[in-house]
Design a binder for this molecule. Structure first.
Ligand SMILES: [Zn+2]
Length: 538
């Protein structure tokens, strides 16, 4: 077994939730403190396999298997330690360390990187208050930063010359380049950041791993960040997390805003639990990190199209991390403002109002479906339903997923399939699934006998018929009408059973032992056919 640094395996355990790792293979349901599922290591029908999220281990009360994320992957996938670690590292978005074994040289190198970053930060901090930093200082003060804030966030100024390359002449050039602070050009080493307002980016332990530099001459892009290095991975670094970690714990939630200045202003004005991704794109790694700290998240984005898009993306990414205890919400800052401007004009109270008015994830996703598709047409509704399903499918907790599905099915029925004829402008679209005569008959029945429509509403909604179409003239009495709907329902039910039986038969032929399931299906099909016979003979 190769020697892996304990730090790395610890980091994997810290980064990854065991519920997420196990949940990929075993459907889990939360009961009490633990999650439960059917044990993947022995054959069972009732769950005796428990997973404890806080402690990070699993235990089977049936066969006694227990362990952590690493042993779970090793045992459930029958792979060796190294393969398991590699797979988990990929899930955690961590680069596999090059342990053969971990060379002292690497430790020294990393230490040197941290020293360069911290030393550079000291230099930048000093320069901000010197004459050459006056434009930067004026700018940052105009943005509402007090000297105390400038100190706390270690904000500085990178001058126009190559100050880092010149000051760190005694440091190996390779190391300077490896930190992303300097590059080598035709005329020697030059600084990556020049004439920028400098925001250091800290890792969770509070060490500087990168910088974000803001342009002061109005050129684009407004911000440039250190490119990815050994110390810094943009995709899994959250700005402000080191400052917010304790506050997230106390507030029992995190707030995610779009920009780092917004994050700092929020942290300093009543919302210390605020963080921001670097650049606009949220990644799974960001959410994973936040969820490890706390599963309640409020995404607070601009109300413009870009903000809406960012929120939709956040919604997509957060789905696999949902638990029955999660509270994920979406708040929008409208009026072309960002949180920073809201805090400046209306203070903490104005921001609090926006946070209070946030929309829960269930409603947010529903709104997305309603605004993203034309739900007044069957085609649009189908697209919207697929859209919702595609999101809810990502929920790993199967009970929670079922609850979400049921919630949306109800909304789809209650809000999209209205019985009352509304506007006449609804575009007519040919609907698949039900033939024309059936469609006309059903529309007639629904319009003629609202009680029947009410009674079989759930089923009728699945037919994908536009009930706002003009009702044809027909001659069917109420009793026959009900029989008609019931027989339709039975036909659909039988069709479903038959298709299930086809699947099972295929599996049987492939050598699976599914005889019992087929027998159960046969019985159900028989019962349905008897019901059908009875219906016709009345
Ligand atoms: Zn077991």
């Amino acid at each position: 077994m190769p020697k892996y640094d304990r730090n790395f395996t610890d980091e994997l355990r810290e980064r990854l939730s065991i519920v997420d790792v196990v949940g990929r293979r075993v459907p889990l349901v939360k009961k009490g403190q633990n999650y439960w599922g059917c044990c993947p290591f022995h054959n069972e029908k009732t769950p005796s396999f428990s997973v404890n999220e806080d402690k990070g281990f699993y235990h089977c009360f049936g066969c006694g298997e227990h362990g952590d994320i690493i042993s779970f992957v090793m045992k459930s996938e029958n792979v060796d330690f190294k393969t398991a670690i590699t797979e988990l590292a990929a899930q955690a978005g961590l680069k596999m360390p090059d342990y053969k074994p971990k060379p002292a040289a690497q430790v020294a190198r990393e230490e040197s990187y941290y020293q360069i970053m911290s030393g550079a930060c000291d230099i930048y901090q000093k320069l901000l208050f010197e004459p050459m930093g006056v434009t930067a200082l004026e700018y940052v003060r105009r943005r509402g930063f007090t000297d105390e804030m400038i100190q706390r966030y270690r904000i500085g100024y990178a001058p126009k010359n190559n100050i880092i390359a010149n000051k760190f002449v005694n440091v190996k050039q390779e190391n300077l380049m490896a930190t992303g602070m300097c590059r080598r050009g035709d005329y020697g080493m030059y600084d990556f950041f020049r004439d920028k307002l400098m925001f250091p980016i800290f890792n969770a332990r509070g060490q500087i791993v990168a910088f974000s530099g803001r342009c002061l001459d109005g050129s684009e892009p407004k911000y440039i960040n250190t490119t990815d290095t050994e110390l810094f991975h943009k995709r899994k670094t959250i700005f402000g997390f080191n400052f917010a970690r304790d506050a997230i714990h106390r507030a029992n939630r995190s707030i995610v805003v779009e920009g780092q200045i917004d994050a700092i202003q929020m942290q300093c004005h009543g919302f210390p639990e605020t963080v921001a991704p670097l650049g606009t794109a949220l990644t799974e790694d960001h959410i994973s990190m936040l969820c490890k700290a706390n599963r309640n998240i409020i995404f607070c984005f601009d109300g413009d199209a870009a903000g809406q898009k960012a929120a939709a993306r956040a919604c997509d990414i957060v789905m696999p991390f949902l638990r029955d205890t999660s509270d994920v919400r979406f708040a929008f800052v409208t009026g072309g403002k960002d949180p920073d401007e809201v805090l400046k004009s209306g203070g903490t109270t104005a921001m609090q109002k926006i946070i209070d008015a946030s929309t829960g994830l269930t409603d947010f996703l529903w709104n997305l479906a309603n605004t993203g598709f034309n739900v007044s047409t069957p085609g649009g509704r189908t697209q919207a339903e697929k859209f919702i399903k595609q999101k809810t499918d990502k929920i790993t907790d199967q009970h929670l997923r079922a609850e979400y599905e049921q919630e949306y099915n109800q909304r789809i029925f209650n809000q999209w399939h209205k019985w009352k004829r509304q506007s006449q402008n609804i575009p007519k679209i040919d609907m698949p699934g039900v033939d024309d005569i059936t469609k006309k008959t059903v529309i007639f029945i629904v319009n003629q006998y609202p009680e029947i429509a009410e009674r079989y509403g759930d089923f009728l909604a699945t037919l994908n018929i536009n009930f706002d179409d003009n009702a044809p003239d027909m001659n069917i009495d109420e009793k026959s009408a009900e029989k008609y709907i019931v027989s339709l329902k039975l036909q659909k039910y039988m069709a479903r059973l038959q298709s299930q039986k086809r699947d099972l038969t295929a599996r049987l032929l492939a050598g699976e032992n599914v005889r019992d399931e087929i027998a159960v299906l046969d019985e159900q099909i028989n019962t349905a056919m008897q019901k059908m016979d009875a219906l016709i003979s009345i």
